[in-house]
Design a binder for this molecule. Sequence first.
Ligand SMILES: NC(=O)C1=CN([C@@H]2O[C@H](COP(=O)(O)OP(=O)(O)OC[C@H]3O[C@@H](n4cnc5c(N)ncnc54)[C@H](OP(=O)(O)O)[C@@H]3O)[C@@H](O)[C@H]2O)[C@@H](O)CC1
Ligand SMILES: Nc1ncnc2c1ncn2[C@@H]1O[C@H](COP(=O)(O)OP(=O)(O)O)[C@@H](O)[C@H]1O
Ligand SMILES: [K+]
Length: 552
Amino acid sequence: MYVVTAEEMRKLDRETIEQLGIPAVALMENAGRAIAEEIIALCRSRSGSAGSPRGDAGTAAAGTAGIGGGAGPAAPGFIVSGDAALTLGTAAGERWFILVGKGNNGGDGLVAARYLREAGIAVTLVYAVPPESLTGEAALQRDAAAAMGLPAAVYGRDRLDFAECSGILDALLGTGSAGAPRGAYAELIAAANASGRPVVSADIPSGLDADTGALHEPCIHAAVTVCLAFLKRGLVQYPGAGAAGRVVVRSIGIPASLAQSGGVEACLLTPEVLRGRLAVDVSRSRSPEGHKGTYGHVLLAAGTMQMSGAGLLSARAALRIGCGLVTWALPGKLLPAVIGAVPELMLTPVGGENGDWNAATAAEVLRLSEGRDVMAVGPGLGRFEGDAAWLRALWEGAACPLVIDADGLNILAEADYANWASRSHPVILTPHPGEMARLAGVSTAEVQSDRIGLAMAYAQKHGITLVLKGAHTVIATPGGQAYVNITGHPGMGTGGAGDVLTGIISGLLAQGLDAAQAAAFGVYLHGLAGERAARQRNHPAAVLAGDIIEAL
Ligand SMILES: NC(=O)C1=CN([C@@H]2O[C@H](COP(=O)(O)OP(=O)(O)OC[C@H]3O[C@@H](n4cnc5c(N)ncnc54)[C@H](OP(=O)(O)O)[C@@H]3O)[C@@H](O)[C@H]2O)[C@@H](O)CC1
Ligand SMILES: Nc1ncnc2c1ncn2[C@@H]1O[C@H](COP(=O)(O)OP(=O)(O)O)[C@@H](O)[C@H]1O
Ligand SMILES: [K+]
């Protein structure tokens, strides 16, 4: 499922209209109709009317069966199907306010209003601006609605009482909006939010930045967002994802092949994307003849006395995800404390019997990495004298993929690593937003204000695969692709959960996945395991990092 910017969406609209010859008004008709269907489904679900309604067709079929009367299955008789999705099938007394903006988003709302009216829902159009100021397709829809006799009010001119409606369609501002909603738009948004009525947003909640997910003041808080054609970036990034409610993406006739050929590079990380675009064997099949050598060997450079658990968590996660062997290179003085903690793990002390991390241990780690399939650096590592030279030696010397996390990232953030020798094997960086801020030299708030944009730019600039962690983790590749993960939950914000992810990604790399595959599939599985662990523990808050490993 593609995730687009407003600019990309405009380009796809244009190409559909100009290259395929599909008129803009047809796209708007599809959009409005899709929105109406979702509102009707919402009305139906809250009125408790079961199943899909049967229009004339249902009556005809039932009637026929009744006439047959006798024993045995009734003859099919005369069957006609109706437009079930556009039929309310209940006399629920629904009355919806349709908030109409000046642009095409408003046009979508006007189309939806026609279909709602046909379904038996009372609608009142509420124009944010004088209807005369609408232009193009939106003006055409205004005239159609007027010709159908749909009641209309103009904000600021006519009396409006939101207590009189049972729901609100927000068709004020879409991908053409810029900055905070002004004037009547702002007042209508505030009134809709305060009404206590469910709000369905057309395309995006009005007041949301479609690209970044930032919420302007005010911004609609929707129960449902009917996103048109392709997911907008702002709907998958927080806080926008929180304001959008349930997001339904509806086709309006713009072919996905246009997005593919038109260079849309961001996707939601779904099983289909994993299997298709990323070509991951999600079944994780193993050869019947496989042995521990088949599934790769991870070398982990991690841990200090204070944070020995980080190394144990990463190592155990790598083993649990299915790699053949894990060797943990750890400070000599830590060895006695962790012997036996994970019996499946091989331990190799560096820096001498009572030693600690120092610049010279890089040579030992590099020797250990010979013949290994992956090197993972950073969990619980701490900082030490000469750590920049230490990491540089590993970066320049390790002849295998390199995963860098935690203090490894903090070392990198202070180093000028763009000047280090370029590597022939991939690098995966796994920062949380604070670490990302240090890497990029910006504030954490800036990182969070456009996670997809920043991750894509950073990964391309530095030629690395980036895993920007946190709610809806973003995986960005050096080639410019991005994947937004939606597995997981806030209960995974618990010490060590990131160390587990490092182990999972490293373990997948060891089994032969490439950097993008291992990063994306690893993040996806980590989230799924977190969800399973929450179910097993009966509450997300009860999940510990170790539970995520056990739920893999
Ligand atoms: N073929 C297509 O293109 C299709 C498009 N589709 C639909 O169109 C939507 C995009 O439509 P759009 O480009 O007309 O912009 P849209 O968001 O409706 O409004 C922009 C207007 O609002 C105003 N305005 C802007 N910012 C403002 C602010 N902060 N506060 C107050 N006012 C503000 C601004 O007016 P101005 O200030 O410039 O006078 C401008 O005129 C898209 O989301 C989807 O729903 C679908 O139907 C499928 C086919
Ligand atoms: N709200 C959330 N939704 C989904 N995943 C989350 C959420 N909060 C945290 N996580 C995940 O939990 C992990 C926490 O990692 P990190 O902050 O590095 O922890 P630590 O350093 O303690 O190991 C990351 O994979 C992150 O994406
Ligand atoms: K909207």
